[in-house]
Ligand binder design. Sequence first.
Ligand code: AN7
Length: 350
Amino acid sequence: MKQGVLLRYRQFLPITPKTPMITLGEGDTPLVRSQRLEKEIGCGELYFKLEGCNPTGSFKDRGMVVAVAKAVEGGSRAIMCASTGNTSASAAAYGARFGLETLVIVPRAGIALGKLAQALAYGAKIISIDGSFDDALSLVRALTQRYPITVVNSINPHRIEGQKTAAFEIVDALGDAPDYLFIPVGNAGNITAYWKGFLEYQRAGRSKSTPGMMGFQAEGAAPIVQGRVIEEPRTVASAIRIGNPASWKGAVAARDESGGRIDSVSDEEILSAYRLLGSSEGIFGEPASAASVAGLVKVARQGLELKGKKVVCIITGSGLKDPDTAVEIAQPPAELPADIAAIEKSLGLV
Ligand code: AN7
């Protein structure tokens, strides 16, 4: 049975005797070695951390379990978040299971179908606004100040605490930190959390080194790269369609303290990495997740020395979250009569 994040890493988490040790089986996700890309780009060892294997299909569950445990501990009755989809799915699941009402505000344009389906299935109250994620987050900040509702976006520090456990797992699996960690950046909570985790583990003597933090935004939604708020962020990777990240400063600190980079990748590069992951590694991540791999391909092309280096790419969410994109960009299936000759011909068997 899976322990869950709270039990497994309790000495690193803000747990008191009153904290309920809840879990939906989050964390302990696979770290799988690359079969193809590692050789293609010539790095020492390349691993993918499959965060889509969490209970609601994304890394958000690691932070949500801590945020919800602390909300329950504090006597809260309701939680609220703004979301590009995954945070709302996770909040709704943990809220439903542990007796909290879940209120969600999402941008009308571009929340992937699977994520909306999840929030609906878990019984959240969902409001879809004619505005961006950033507008939704401003509304959530205002409403949770006005009413006794716990905010569970990553402006809630318990979210960051939970998410840092993914860094612990990587060090536990590899025996030390990798040389580089590639990660998509949206609201920038996750890169902030990983960096905190790597630093804390090093301080605790669990690792000798820390990785260069390599964060990637989508080109049309790259406020940190451009150094300005993007009013109308655009990208196929709806999860990271964010123009004014809440953890902007945390991301910049992670980059600068680790000797890493924050750069952008185009939608074309994201989709190319998305296809490559699926068709040559057997890993179906959602488009935003492919930004980490697109970033690795980009820096390898630019000549970053990767020979002998250990690299981890975070695959932040499952590809099943966004079936529309998967189908849209693929060759449609061949439609044939139920006839063996026609099928033989179509498959090139004869
Ligand atoms: C799959 O769900 O912001 O930089 O509201 O769903 O920590 O925001 C999702 C973000 C990467 C970016 N990959 O992480 C939300 C939301 C996936 C994501 C990110 C998100 P952050």
